[in-house]
Ligand binder design. Structure first.
Ligand SMILES: *Cc1c(COP(=O)(O)O)cnc(C)c1O
Length: 353
């Protein structure tokens, strides 16, 4: 018998979210529009160099990001998706006996990363599907090494204003690392908080998967204080981001107009969709992202809506694993798709079980 290491054997089996084929997927917060044509072209050109290992320092991509956001390129690390960076920072700074404090509806992958690290994952309650700084401060324990939060949040779509984030950082001890996952920041449009990195105790992660429409390329990035990035870098694979992906991401940075178009069109369709649902009597959670959290009267009503939507060809995300079994999460697709989804839900509202 070949035995796995005990820490691995105790992890839950790898299971993808329920994503049956044949349906229009509105389940993974992918972009409704394709990536910049410049990114596609750069990716095709980079294929010619596929016999070479990629740049392990992501030099050109880091410089493009640093230029765009007025950052020191040495502060930036790139990952195979921001998930790799989130996993790396948790493993680097939390181990057995330590705790990572997330929030009630915070990104589930952080809990997975904690299991891999052997660290405990605690949760601070949210208020009205929104992160609460006071609840986080009240939930700190002596073992808390990291506070992890998503801003805007997934699956809630709500955001904490910058002032509250600064208050959180100022109220936390300098021995606690604050990690802010800003996967949806481009949709939100708040001023970036990158100045917090200079404190030495805060990390911000971003991704090309959402507003840059490059989920399939697997590129994330983060801004780290030097002493933090030095440790996280040890845990990333040396050649973690392929040359094609680095080239695509770099070109995407240079086409900010395309990203802004994705953000603007997504917001327009999202607001139209939410307004149609409100007219039908639903109460979608106001969103700053490319998805909407949709509460139903109860778990059975949510399950019934899920069945009706699947029958009509649409797959929304079941968010029961977040403790939200009365809700579904809808990624914003194109206008015609969302009008059809709204029509199914209007029909359900008019014909209660
Ligand atoms: C989509 C998403 C990410 C990005 O993951 P990648 O690995 O960069 O694709 C990170 N955090 C949250 C909350 C997300 O929803």
């Amino acid at each position: 018998m070949i035995r796995p290491a005990p820490t691995v054997a105790s992890l839950a089996a790898y299971a993808l979210a329920d994503l049956p084929g044949g349906l229009v997927s509105l389940a993974q917060n992918e972009s409704m529009l394709p990536p910049s044509p410049l990114a596609a072209e750069a990716g095709r050109a980079a294929l010619e160099d596929a016999m070479l290992y990629p740049d392990p320092e992501w030099t050109a991509l880091r410089e493009a990001l640093a230029d765009c956001h007025d950052l020191d390129p040495r502060r930036i690390l790139c990952g195979a998706g921001s998930m790799e960076l989130i996993d790396g920072v948790i493993r680097a700074f939390a181990g057995p006996g330590d705790a990572v404090l997330g929030t009630q509806y915070g990104y589930l992958f952080a809990a997975t990363a904690c299991q891999r690290a052997g660290a405990r994952h605690d949760r601070a309650p949210e208020a009205d599907c929104t992160v609460s700084v006071d609840a986080i401060l009240a939930a700190l324990r002596p073992e808390t090494r990291i506070v992890f939060l998503c801003n805007p949040g997934n699956p809630t779509g709500t955001r904490l204003p910058n002032g509250e984030l600064r208050r959180l950082r100022d109220s936390l001890s300098g021995h606690i690392l604050l990690v802010v996952d800003e996967a949806y920041a481009e949709f939100d449009g708040q001023e970036p908080l990158f100045d917090l990195i200079d404190r030495g105790d805060t990390v911000i992660t971003r991704t090309f998967s959402k507003a840059h429409a490059l989920a399939g390329a697997r590129v994330g990035w983060g801004v780290f204080p030097p002493a933090i990035s030095q440790e996280v870098r040890k845990l990333l694979n040396p050649n973690n981001v392929s040359g094609v992906s680095q080239a695509m991401a770099r070109a995407a940075v240079s086409d900010a107009a395309h990203m802004r178009r994705i953000v603007a069109e997504t917001a327009a369709v999202r607001e139209e969709f939410a307004a149609a649902l409100r007219r039908a009597g639903y109460h979608p959670v106001p969103s700053r992202t490319n998805f909407v959290l949709l509460p139903f009267a109860g778990a059975e009503a949510a399950a019934r809506a899920d069945r009706a939507l699947r029958a009509a060809g649409f797959l929304l995300r079941n968010v029961a694993a977040y403790g939200l079994d009365t809700c579904l999460r809808a990624t914003i697709g194109d206008g015609a798709t969302m009008a059809r989804v709204a029509a199914v839900l209007e029909d359900l509202a008019e014909n209660p079980a």
